[in-house]
Every structure is written in structure tokens, then in C-alpha cells.
Design a protein around this ligand. Structure first.
Ligand code: FMN
Length: 406
């Protein structure tokens, strides 16, 4: 089985009010040293055991615990959207009960309810508490829902008794995080995903074309990540210099019209369509069949005609797939993206300001905002395109699940 890389992974460590809270410091430190991006969320009780200052220093980020702290974003939701995996360590009997019953009365429990990523729970408590009927019933409920429960270890407990209830060693917790991430790998198993990527080339004559600087990297990262998650992926790609992602069916095209045709051929057999290509809006009305000679002309005029709108045509398919598009803008990014989302009938749009350093064409990184059809708007920090791809697929997976449950 391939090792799961923790570097760049977005992990929430949720710390609750048990005596083992101090052990979560080593967990945070180990995850950060592995290159993970860690955010710590604490309960009020946990703050009585370990200072939030310790976790803030170890994670390099402010600790979230206060539901009512004045801020501009809704923290429990933005944290839930940030996370690729959440590990609750130690998990008190109280938080286990809250998770099992959907109680949301503080920042941590509210955030847990909003998570769509895998959750690892590491219970730690006195043996009799652990063996009590309510705790066992709650853990059984959580296991049934797919929560990864890490078995507490036996040994001498802080209360002086001996028995099961100790928080396992950090390595065991880290392995459970890896297992949870691995489980997410198969999360798109059986799903048929069609992705467009790269620029298009609109011929002027046999040796000249109009194009744009798209590298195709964002679409290729999406295809590779969707394939890793078990999806059946087809990538319709304009000309790029990128290697073909392993296990992905690639259809190479040149022009917007060819891309449109290749996409249309798959009408009705796609669950998720992601339009990441930078498709030309216009093409020369006629491409000369022979190389155009300069002659002694001082000017020349190209008559341009519209190219097909690929996303709008996918939105007409029956059954219609979940549709994700991109808006690469240079001004009023969010307003333009919102308008495009509505006009083209998409479920989500990934907006980025391509004039910003580190975002957009020809770079390895991107800073995007995800806007979905129900009006949720999430600003993601500057991340590698692979990380952005994972975040887009997390949200797209959640949108597909919510469409299926309607
Ligand atoms: C000294 C001390 C140690 C505690 N250790 C644990 C523990 O290991 N596990 C547990 O479930 N509760 C433990 N508790 C009880 C919790 O702190 C209590 O149930 C609290 O309400 C949990 O809040 P939280 O789940 O919001 O963090 C302990 C309480 C005290 C005073």
C-alpha cells in the first residue's frame, strides 16, 4: 500500500478536556514536523489542562476555541472546510456523546458537525467511564457512521487505576490519521469525472494560432487527485507540456471546437464535470489553408467568431452532472465569478485573481475562492495546485452527496 504523505495535509487536531490533553502537544508537533498544516481547536475544559499558547506556538497558528470571538468569517465553518482530516485527541466521554448525538454547543462540537472529511477519535478516560453503557453505545454509533475510533490502550491511568483508557502513543495516532486519509483516497470510487485542462489553440493559418498562457497544471492536478481517490477520470486536454497523469484517460485536442466535441461525446455518462481549461472565447472566422504571406500590407484584420460555450452545453445534459468551473479574473473577481456561476448553471466556481502574485497561469501555486450554488464562499490560502485540487474535490464530493440526498 502506498505511504500516505502528510506534507501539505490540512489537519485539525481537536483537543478536549482530559488529563491526556498534554499528549496532544506531541501529536501537533509531530504532524507539523511532517510538513502538515495543523489547526488546533480546543474546548474550554481542554484550556484548563494545557494553555492555548502552547498549541499556538507548536502549530504556528491561532488556536480556535471561542465561538463568540468577534471575527469576519464563521470560524467553525471555515475550519471544517479547511480540513482534509480531523483527529480528536484526547476525546472525552462528553465530546464523544456530543458527536454521537449532534450536539453543537461550543466551537469544537459545532465545527465537528460541519466536517465532511474523515474523523479520527481517540477516546481517553477512566476505565469504568470507557466501559459504561452510554460511552460504548456512543462509540458504536460513531463507528457505524464511519468515524475511525482508535482503541484506547491498557495501563496505569492518571486516576491511579489500571485498565483500558489511556491515549495511545503519538505514532499510533499519526498512523490513524494516515489510515483516515487513505480511506478518503477511495472516496470517489466508481465516480465518472470529466475534466478539461490547458489552453486551446485557434488556428489563423497552418503555422499560426491564437492561444493563452495556461499551463494546464490545475486540471492535471485535479485529474491525478481524482484518480487517486478512485474515480474513473477522463481528461480532455489542450496542448501542454505536462506528463499524462497515471491511470487517467487523456483526449488530446487543439481548438475550443475540438474540446467541445470531445466533451459532448461523453454526454450523459459523467457524474462530475470540471471545466479547468482556459478555452478561447473567439476564434478566427476562417483559418487560411496555406501559410499567410506578409506581402506589402501594413495592416491586416482578423474576423473573429464565438467558440462554443462548453460549460453551458454540459449544463443542458440529461442527466446533468455536478458542474465545477473556473473564473480567472483580473478585477472584481468575486462579483464576476458569482455572475458566471449563475449564468452558466454551475454548482461551484473556483475564482482566482490571475493578476495576483503566485496565482493563476504558469505558476505552481494558486490562491482561490470557492463559491457554490448555495452561496457559500470560502477563501483558501495560497497553496500548491495539488492542495487546491484536493480542496476542490472535497467540496465537489460534498456537493454531489447533497444533490444525491435531495
Ligand atoms: C482532573 C480531571 C481529569 C479529567 N480527565 C478526563 C478524561 O481523561 N477523560 C474524560 O472523558 N473526562 C475527563 N475529565 C472530565 C471532563 O473534563 C469533563 O467531562 C468536561 O466536561 C469535558 O469537557 P469537553 O468535552 O468539552 O472538553 C476530567 C476532569 C478533571 C477535573
Amino acid at each position: 500500500m502506498p505511504a500516505i504523505e502528510l506534507s501539505g495535509r490540512r489537519i485539525i487536531v481537536a483537543v478536549t478536556g482530559g488529563i491526556a490533553a498534554y499528549k496532544a502537544c506531541e501529536l501537533v508537533s509531530t504532524l507539523v514536523k511532517s510538513g502538515a498544516q495543523v489547526r488546533v481547536v480546543m474546548t474550554e475544559s481542554a484550556r484548563r489542562f494545557v494553555s492555548e499558547m502552547t498549541f499556538a506556538t507548536l502549530s504556528g497558528h491561532e488556536v480556535a476555541w471561542d465561538m463568540w470571538a468577534p471575527r469576519t468569517n464563521v470560524e467553525h465553518i471555515s475550519l471544517a472546510e479547511f480540513a482534509e482530516v480531523c483527529v480528536i485527541a484526547p476525546a472525552t466521554a462528553n465530546v464523544i456523546a456530543k458527536c454521537a448525538h449532534g450536539i453543537a454547543d461550543d466551537l469544537l462540537s459545532t465545527c465537528l458537525l460541519a466536517l465532511t472529511c474523515p474523523v479520527v477519535i481517540a477516546p481517553a478516560m477512566n476505565t469504568r467511564m470507557l466501559c459504561s453503557a452510554p460511552v460504548q453505545a456512543n462509540l458504536a454509533t460513531l463507528r457505524e457512521r464511519g468515524v475511525h475510533v482508535v482503541e484506547p490502550e491498557e495501563g496505569r491511568l492518571a486516576c491511579g487505576e489500571t485498565g483500558a483508557g489511556r491515549l495511545p502513543a503519538t505514532e499510533v495516532l499519526v498512523e490513524a490519521v494516515r489510515d483516515a486519509l487513505r480511506s478518503r483516497r477511495g472516496a470517489m470510487s466508481g465516480m465518472r469525472i470529466l475534466i478539461t485542462a490547458g489552453p486551446t489553440r485557434e488556428a489563423i493559418d497552418p503555422v499560426r494560432f491564437l492561444s493563452n498562457p495556461s499551463s494546464g497544471r490545475m486540471g492535471y492536478e485535479l485529474a491525478a487527485e481524482a484518480q487517486r481517490r478512485g474515480a474513473d477520470v477522463t481528461l480532455v486536454s489542450g496542448p501542454t507540456s505536462l506528463p499524462r497523469p497515471e491511470g487517467v484517460a487523456v483526449v488530446a485536442v487543439q481548438s475550443a471546437e475540438q474540446m467541445h466535441e470531445a466533451v459532448q461525446e461523453r454526454a450523459g455518462v459523467v457524474d462530475l464535470f470540471i471545466g479547468a481549461a482556459a478555452v478561447a472565447d473567439w476564434r478566427p472566422a476562417e483559418a487560411a489553408t496555406e501559410k499567410m504571406k506578409k506581402g506589402d500590407r501594413e495592416e491586416m484584420t482578423l474576423r473573429m467568431v464565438r467558440t462554443p460555450d462548453i460549460i453551458a452545453s454540459v449544463a443542458q445534459w440529461q442527466p446533468r452532472p455536478t458542474i465545477v468551473g473556473f473564473a480567472a479574473e483580473t478585477n472584481e473577481t468575486i462579483a464576476h465569478a458569482r455572475e458566471k456561476l449563475q449564468r452558466k448553471g454551475m454548482d461551484m466556481i473556483v475564482a482566482n485573481d490571475v493578476s495576483e502574485p503566485g496565482a493563476g497561469f504558469e505558476v505552481e501555486t494558486n490562491r482561490v475562492t470557492l463559491i457554490d450554488v448555495i452561496g457559500r464562499e470560502t477563501d483558501l490560502p495560497l497553496m500548491s495546485k495539488a492542495e487546491v485540487a484536493a480542496a476542490i474535490l472535497d467540496r465537489a464530493g460534498a456537493l454531489i452527496a447533497s444533490r444525491e440526498s435531495q
